[in-house]
Design a binder for this molecule. Sequence first.
Ligand code: HSE
Length: 388
Amino acid sequence: MKIAIMGFGTVGSGAYESLKNVSDVELVRILARHGRPGYEELDEMITPNIEDIVNDGTIDLVVETIGGIEPAASYVLACLNAGKHVVTANKNLISARFDELMAAAAANGVQLRFTSAVGGGIPWLHNLLRTRRCDEIISIKGIVNGTCNYILDSMADKGVSFDECLKIAQDLGYAEADPSSDIEGTDTLRKTVISSRLAFDTTITEGDIPCYGIDTIDSCDITWMKEKDLTCKLMMTARNTMKGVTACVEPVLLRSDSLESAVKTNNNLITLTAKNLGTQSFYGQGAGSLPTGESVVHDVMDIRDGDKTYAAFGDTAVKCCKDTELHRYYIRHDRMCEHISPLIDEHEEREGIFYCISKPITTAEMHEIGHHRKERGRKLFFARLPEE
Ligand code: HSE
């Protein structure tokens, strides 16, 4: 099988390292403006012209690791329409254009696979799909952003400030080019859309999912949590209810006996619960050149071997619905204003900061207040409390 790689950055070069160990897959073209230092042996394959790949009838499969929506979307569509399989690590693209891209793959009788788009090196999506072949997924949940986990873990473990932790996560290469998508939860949101799409065959989109990140967390929150023996994680959750699929991205407080509370540094932990299988968790490196690159290469090999796990599902798409369940939240704010006080069951004030426990409220109510205060420059942090 002859393949091309579009974009030869962190993930593309990681995939190349794993490809060296694979037989029957020959890399023949790389789409890039210039060669990558340390990979001079590939210089002859480099082309800046997408046509050199799309119009090359000998190329069976294209790996897309450019990232972002455009030009990646146009290039991927051109390759699919030219009858080439595509493997991508691009979570932004798959989350935003899922239906269109899956339809283009199906129409052209080729595969579009994206295992590495969620969980990096963890075969999460692959196993989610395998489970779905003969079982019904009831719910999924997990820590899918390594940057946020690194920040939350370092703040709690080493007492480092938020800004310092974020800087280190950037230096270590965990964070996105614009780290606001990590800390505001949008990276987790995209991974929730993709995971939910595959778990439940749902039409859910980014706009359907309440999302609140960890960008307003402060060291004083960590102090409060430690006193209560709770650990904070940014979690995705999604479940198939009788009325449809409901999903959410928000900070969650966990007791010390939970698996999630033990996830250190930039690791991910993702869990599915299925009707017959029960609960199964997947843990490991959710980012990074070699783990993510290896996951890309597994998709390439699965296509080479004729695996059809990513075939489009039936046309009984499940709608999404609003979560009407009630939860209690920890809320920290600098003022007991008229927006917050009606929601509060108990609170304590320390040095002008209010640490509150909410009444049972819906996720939508909590997120609305959080975003409302944030838009007005009043930093509010909240996290869902464990069920009693
Ligand atoms: N910025 C992402 C993370 C990279 O921190 O998890 C992997 O998707």
